[in-house]
Structure formats: structure tokens, C-alpha cells
Design a protein around this ligand. Structure first.
Ligand SMILES: [Ca+2]
Ligand SMILES: [Ca+2]
Ligand SMILES: [Ca+2]
Length: 728
């Protein structure tokens, strides 16, 4: 999958303009003025991979980016960390379906500056180092995290040391896991606002307040210890205003704990409900534990604050805390516990107690014709141009770029609230793969699907989504299975429709045809462009006649990225023009010789699905094919196949290869297509009769106008000779 992005015209870096421009409407507190990736390159996350092109890790790994999501689901980063650079907006609310969860590893924005992160779930889990946290923000500056969910941290859920100008709002911090099961730890963080956050099922540190902190309108639920003082030699300052502390099944009355005189605590409007009776009926907190009681707030700030009563904040949190555009099953569980008001909830050892991370439904990416990150429908409704990249325009005013207006419009509960009925998991999984197919088909730049076929599957996807939304207990398993069958048939139909299309190819451009390199003993998955590129190119034959196909090893991606020039890629003999042809053929013509290769088109939309095959050395010839994986159809070949028509592994050009190890890539180059004017045909012997065969071996009445053919010649002595010719 290609890594798609739009150009950055005027990336607004931190502090250069509009110092008082809010990160987004509703931003409050010390992090409210972060500008994130405003004006920066729009980068699409196109897959759920842990790394590599199209991944979230690659999107946020470099500074100055505005990140949107074309897919929804779980990004499993087990074994790795995901690092966020500076001047980044992560617009998780753009993810279709049930949104994005990062699972299995740490998210780190330490020492980074100016980040807006919205609608992202981060669930570390048991594979995270036991002394580490799910999210680490050490020495981070100008950071606002909104409608996110952070859980399953072994040490704490969040580690935030010596950070500055930070806001967390409308976030869930829950279910810290073994060994500590704690919420968040800090030391030395200044100018920090936490408001409208839900802290649930953490034993302690909700958070630890060894810092300067504004803490208003939060709910802390089911804790052994609630908020913790800094209890350090250095002074700390805490404004704790209008929060609700609610005991759960593991509960205690230690809503304030570990405070000493160095903690300067301003406490006002806070309530504690410790009776676990299913009703919100707490009493006003009037004690300060052992902290130094302040009679006025410590902080006299000018940034926006929307302070409600503790009871109002409780309701607001129930309604919208977390990545609540579509809440995932884990956040739904936490909200269900909270609203039980003391009846439900527990500390957990790790996610195994919950059945693991589970599955998130993907959704249909809205049509975005110019791929600037803004949906056509929204662009049209707002007077923007859905065929021109105007993401970073400021047409809509308000100090925000156009794409900021777009993502801000998505920052609310979706109409498509869905949770997965256990009986429909298989249907959901099919739906997810169908969505991946359709989403991928839209963005792939190589051989594509007919748009009509994509639309047909989209209709079936919409039907399945509607079916799932309307699923009730009365719906039978038979009906669910029938829906899945319909969708599966639609997926198959689209896969079969891959032939006869050249969407994405320009006949004005040339292409390199190369495969990825492998090594001896390699497995299918080992074929990587970083190892080597192996080119197919044509030599001009004797007397300017038919060319000969040659297979040569070129430089690896690593070499090319290091600045080396790949001589083979630059040779006209290695450059090919692609043209659509009738009757399901794709014509591939070599730039040097002008000769065509002809393909029986079962080309996949995804180049990795095309595999070459080498035949054994039969009749002194080396056969060479490309097969389409799904159906085993021959795409083109040189030479003759062996008896089984497939060929087996051979040593060829000092390289061991077989049909499973190489992947073919058609890569557009900058060269224009200029063909030689005169093409001569190969001819020898006295011909009595000539029959022409396509590469599939189908006899043809007349010689087609172009292609590579097997020529079957019957000579005067009655013998038959079969050989390849290339002709125009
Ligand atoms: Ca109560
Ligand atoms: Ca658009
Ligand atoms: Ca546009």
C-alpha cells in the first residue's frame, strides 16, 4: 500500500502565528494553545501495521504532520514502541468504524513539542516491560490529549516527568495492570491541566500530584487510593476543584492520600460517594488530609476553563469521556461500571482476564476524491473543492485550516455506534476484510479494480453495516450467516473483477518491472525491496530483430536511499510502457526494442500478489513466468514451461528462486514513453503454415497485432517447431 500524502504549503510551527489560537474548539487548560500539525503535510494512515509505509508509526515518526486515518481497528505494536515527533496532529476521530486502538506496546512523546492527540486508545498490556507505562510524556511540551483512553500500564498508565503546558481532557485512565495497577505518575511537571477525565479501576495515583496541577471536573471511580500528594521535600501546588470520588467494589475512603505540608492543596467543591448504593449521593469533602490547605486557587490563569459542579461533570463524563465517537467494548465496560455507582468494577492483573484486546470493526472510509483528507460530501457542503487539495487553505476562517474544520466536525459521537454481538463476530470480521479490500482498492496506484465493481461491494458493505446496526435478539444465527454469505460473495466478486482494468496506469509514462530480492532458503515473506531489486529488461536482438528478456540484479532500496544510482533502472531496456488492450489483455512494451509482452490479465490490484515462476531447464530453454497467485493464471512468459506447466525452483543468474519468493512490482518512472519507429519481425526457415498461440496456449485464427507468442511452425519435412517470438 502506498503511503499517501498531500503537499505542505505553509506548515505553521509552534508559536509563529496566532499565539492564542485554540488547538480546537473546546480546548481548555495549559495545553489549549498547542497548534499540532496545523498547516503541515496531511499524512494518511492506510493500514494497521506496526511500522512501515502507511502505518501510524511512520506517520507520526517525523515532525510537522497532520495525521488522518483511512482505516479503523487495532494497531498491534507488540514488541515495539510508537514514538511521536513534534508539531503533530493525530486526528483519531477520522478513523472509520470503531476507531483506533494502539495495543501491545508503549506510546512515547518524550521531549517532543506541540502535539494535538484526539480520539485514540492506547492499551499497553502484559507485553509492555513491567517497569514501563503505556504512555510516556517525559519532558513533553505543549501537548493536549482529548477524548483518548489510556489503560493497561504495568507501572502506571502514564509517566509524565518534567513536562510543561499540558492538558488532558475527556480522557479515560483505567485498569492499570500488574505489578502496580496505578494511574499516572509525575515528578516536576508544571502548568498541567486535567479536567473531565475518568479515572477507574486504578489502585492508586489518579494521579500522583508531585507537580503544579489544575485538576477539575474529574471522576475517580473504584480506587484503593484516589489522588496522591507529592509528599516530597520540594513544594508542589494543586488546585483540586469540583471532582467526584466514587467508591467501587474494591473501594476505600482514601480519596485523598499521601499528602504532606509541602503540598499546597486548594480543594473546593469536591464530593465523595462511598456507600456503593447505585445512586450518586456523595457528600462535600472538607478535609485536606495532611496537605497545606490553601484558601484560594494556586493558579491565576487566562486560558479557557469551563468548570461545572462535580455532579454536572459526572454526567458529562458518562456521556462523552474517552474515544467516544464510537466507544470500544473496553471503554463501554468502564462506563457500565461507573454508572453502576459502586456495584461493578475491579482491579485486573492484565488483559487476559478480559479476553484480550478483542476485535474492532473497520468502517467505510468516506469518498475523498482528491485525497486531501476531507470527505467529498463535507467539502461540497462547505464550499470547498473536492477535486483539489485545499486541506491547508483557510477558506473557512476562524484561525483554523480547512482540514482542521473537517476533523473538528467529526469530534462527536458517530451515528454509527456499534458494538459487536458475539454471534456476529464472523460477519464483523468479513465486513472488516471487505472494507480493507474496498479501502485499499481506492488508494492503490497500480493495477486497480473497476470502480463499478468497487461500488457494488460498497452497497453490500452498507447493507451489512445496516444489518449489524439493526441486529436484535430476535435476529437468528441463520440470518446472520446468510448476511455473511452475501458479503463474502461480494468480496469474491470484486476479487474476480480485478481483470480487465488498468486504473492508475498512465500510458504516457514508463515503468520499471522489478521483483524484490530474496536470499537462498528464503520464505515467501522474506522477499523485500530492501534486500535487492531484480529487474526484467529486454535486449535488442541481432540485426535489430526480436529482443531477449534478461533478468538482472539491481540495487536494493537501502542502496538507493543511500544515494546510489541504480543503473539498470535507468536503462531504456528496463523501461516498459503499459497500455490497456481489449479482451482482457494488458500490453507491456519495451522502450528499447519496442517489443510487446502480452499478458493474460489476472493482475492483482496489489503487486505483491503477483509471483514469478521458473520452469526447469527443458529443451535447453529457461522458462519464465509471472503467475497470479489466486488463480495461477500465466501473465507472461519467456521460453517454454515444463510438463506441469508451472516449473519449479532453479538456479538462475547465480540466484536461487522459485515461484513463492519473488514479488513483482510495476513502478512508474519519470521517463516518457517513446517507442522506436521501426520494428522488425523475427523470421527464419521455410514456413508452410504458421499458427499463433497466446501464452495460455489458445490457438488463434489470426496473428494478433501485438504480443509475445509461441510460434508453431510445420516445416516441409513435417516436423513441428515451437518457439517464442515477440512482435508488434
Ligand atoms: Ca452512592
Ligand atoms: Ca477531499
Ligand atoms: Ca479538496
Amino acid at each position: 500500500m502506498k503511503y499517501l500524502y498531500t503537499l505542505c504549503f505553509a506548515c505553521v510551527l509552534s508559536g509563529t502565528v496566532q499565539a492564542q489560537q485554540l488547538a480546537f474548539p473546546g480546548a481548555e487548560g495549559y495545553g489549549a494553545y498547542a497548534s499540532g500539525g496545523r498547516g503541515c503535510q496531511v499524512v494518511h494512515v492506510t493500514n494497521l501495521n506496526a511500522s512501515g509505509p502507511g502505518s501510524l508509526a511512520e506517520a507520526v515518526g517525523q515532525s510537522n504532520r497532520f495525521v488522518v486515518f483511512d482505516v479503523g481497528g487495532v494497531i498491534d505494536i507488540t514488541g515495539t514502541n510508537l514514538t511521536i515527533a513534534s508539531n503533530i496532529t493525530i486526528a483519531g476521530q477520522t478513523a472509520p468504524g470503531e476507531g483506533i486502538t494502539i495495543y501491545g506496546g508503549r506510546v512515547i512523546a518524550s521531549k517532543s513539542k506541540n502535539i494535538i492527540m484526539r480520539y485514540i486508545r492506547m492499551r499497553g498490556g502484559k507485553s509492555v516491560n513491567q517497569s514501563k507505562c503505556t504512555l510516556t510524556l517525559d519532558e513533553c511540551q505543549n501537548f493536549i490529549m482529548d477524548h483518548c483512553s489510556v489503560s493497561w500500564g504495568p507501572w502506571d498508565n502514564v509517566h509524565i516527568k518534567d513536562a510543561n503546558n499540558i492538558t488532558w481532557q475527556y480522557c479515560i485512565n483505567s485498569e492499570g495492570i500488574e505489578p502496580q495497577r496505578f494511574g499516572s505518575i509525575t515528578d516536576g511537571t508544571r502548568n498541567w491541566t486535567i479536567h473531565h477525565c475518568l479515572w477507574a479501576d486504578n489502585k492508586s495515583r489518579n494521579p500522583k500530584m508531585k507537580c503544579y496541577l489544575q485538576y477539575y471536573n474529574n471522576v475517580v471511580y473504584n480506587f484503593a487510593m484516589g489522588i496522591i500528594g507529592g509528599h516530597s521535600a520540594a513544594d508542589n501546588y494543586q488546585d483540586v476543584v469540583n471532582n467526584y470520588f466514587i467508591a467501587g467494589p474494591n473501594g476505600s475512603a482514601k480519596y485523598f492520600d499521601d499528602w504532606t505540608a509541602t503540598d499546597h492543596l486548594y480543594s473546593s467543591g469536591n464530593y465523595f460517594d462511598g456507600n456503593c448504593d447505585g445512586v450518586l449521593n456523595g457528600t462535600l469533602i472538607t478535609d485536606h488530609h495532611n496537605a497545606t490547605a490553601m484558601s484560594r486557587p494556586n493558579f491565576n490563569t487566562t486560558h479557557p476553563m469551563n468548570v461545572e459542579t462535580a455532579a454536572e461533570a459526572y454526567q458529562n463524563i458518562v456521556d462523552q469521556v474517552g474515544a467516544s465517537r464510537v466507544r470500544d467494548p473496553h471503554d463501554l465496560r468502564i462506563i457500565e461500571q461507573l454508572t453502576s455507582l459502586g456495584k461493578k468494577g475491579s482491579f485486573i492483573a492484565n488483559e487476559d482476564e478480559l479476553g484480550g484486546i478483542g476485535f474492532l470493526a473497520n468502517g467505510l472510509r468516506p469518498t475523498d476524491s482528491d485525497n486531501d483528507g476531507m470527505a467529498d460530501e463535507w467539502e461540497t457542503a462547505n464550499g470547498l473543492n473536492p477535486t483539489v487539495n485545499d486541506a491547508n487553505g483557510t477558506t473557512l476562517g476562524g484561525g483554523y485550516t480547512n482540514i482542521e474544520h473537517y476533523v473538528n466536525s467529526l469530534a462527536q459521537k458517530s451515528d454509527e455506534q456499534s458494538t459487536i454481538d458475539p454471534r456476529a463476530r464472523s460477519l464483523e470480521a468479513t465486513l472488516s476484510s471487505a472494507l480493507n479490500l474496498v479501502n485499499g482498492a481506492q488508494v492503490d496506484v497500480t493495477l486497480g479494480f473497476p470502480s463499478q465493481s468497487i461500488d457494488q461491494l460498497k452497497v453490500l458493505i452498507a447493507d451489512a453495516q445496516k444489518f449489524l446496526q439493526n441486529l436484535t435478539e430476535q435476529t437468528s444465527q441463520k440470518e446472520i450467516d446468510a448476511q455473511e454469505t452475501i458479503l463474502n460473495n461480494g468480496v469474491k466478486a470484486l476479487n474476480n473483477a480485478r481483470i480487465y482494468t488498468l486504473e492508475g496506469f498512465s500510458t504516457e509514462k514508463a515503468y520499471n518491472i522489478y521483483s524484490y530480492g530474496t536470499h537462498s532458503g528464503a520464505k515467501d515473506a522474506d522477499a523485500k525491496p530492501s534486500i535487492q531489486r531484480r529487474y526484467l529488461y529486454a535486449l535488442e536482438g541481432q540485426n535489430g530483430k526480436a529482443g531477449q528478456l534478461v533478468y538482472r540484479i539491481g540495487l536494493s532500496d537501502n542502496d538507493i536511499n543511500a544515494g546510489k544510482k541504480d543503473a539498470i533502472a535507468a536503462m531504456p531496456a528496463a523501461l516498459w510502457g503499459l497500455e490497456a488492450a481489449g479482451n482482457g489483455y494488458v500490453k507491456v512494451r519495451n522502450l528499447l526494442t519496442g517489443n510487446y509482452m502480452q499478458m493474460e490479465t489476472s493482475l492483482s490490484a496489489n503487486p505483491i500478489a503477483i509471483h514469478p515462476t521458473y520452469a526447469k531447464q527443458d529443451n535447453g530453454k529457461m522458462a519464465f513466468y509471472m503467475d497470479a497467485t489466486e488463480e495461477g493464471k500465466r501473465l507472461f512468459n519467456v521460453g517454454a514451461p515444463d510438463a506441469d506447466g508451472k516449473g519449479g525452483p532453479v538456479d538462475f543468474f547465480a540466484m536461487h528462486a522459485d515461484r513463492t519468493r519473488l514479488r513483482w512490482v510495476f513502478e512508474q518512472t519519470e521517463a516518457d514513453v517513446v517507442y522506436p519507429t521501426a520494428i522488425q519481425f523475427l523470421s527464419d526457415g521455410v514456413l508452410r503454415s504458421v499458427r499463433f498461440f497466446t501464452l495460455q496456449g489458445v490457438e488463434m485464427e489470426n496473428r494478433p497485432s501485438a504480443g509475445i507468442y509461441l510460434e508453431c511452425t510445420t516445416k516441409s519435412d513435417g516436423t513441428t517447431q515451437v518457439r517464442k517470438i515477440m512482435a508488434q
